[in-house]
Design a protein around this ligand. Sequence first.
Ligand code: AMP
Length: 195
Amino acid sequence: MSRLLLIGAPGAGKGTQAERLSAAFAIPAISTGDIFRHNVKNETELGKLAKGFMDRGEYVPDSLTNDLVRDRLSQSDAAAGFLLDGYPRTADQVVELDSILTALGTQLDVVVQLTANTDEVVRRLLNRAIEQGRADDTEDVIRRRLEVYEEQTAPLIDIYASRGIVVRIDGLGEVAEVTDRILEALDARGLTPNL
Ligand code: AMP
């Protein structure tokens, strides 16, 4: 049973690694960014509320984000483990996630911090914007997203580090190489895919 969290700057490769880890451990990858994009695309109420923030590279308000995660983690497929990608992103979201998990009688096993330098993440995000036509990935917005990450999300790593559950992984290199690094670090913490 694995309860994992992936944290790192936009463009560090969280989404790609989340998919691979989700397959390896047979646990759902829960990406708040994907859930918001899905809602924007389908023009739901939540999507309409979230769109403006996303287009500017700002965070969607905690009130909307926390409710969404509480609902998602209560679904049956998350009972046997999950991998959170892109949540929590603010100190308040950490408090909220603690309370969600306590109510479910569980807690996080490991926080995987993916690192990548700024030039590399800007390059990756600009590429992705071209390849996937992501409206939230123009150059100005990318810079704003990186700033917001540094201000609001990077400090969360210290919170989890003080609990002794952070593993720091170099996110540069081939996708499969990075996955192997993560799997090795998880294995050292007693988390092994049961395939
Ligand atoms: P991502 O794909 O994880 O980079 O998320 C894309 C966008 O969705 C972010 O730039 C935010 O606007 C919004 N978003 C995703 N996750 C969160 C979160 N945990 N808190 C607030 N906003 C979020």
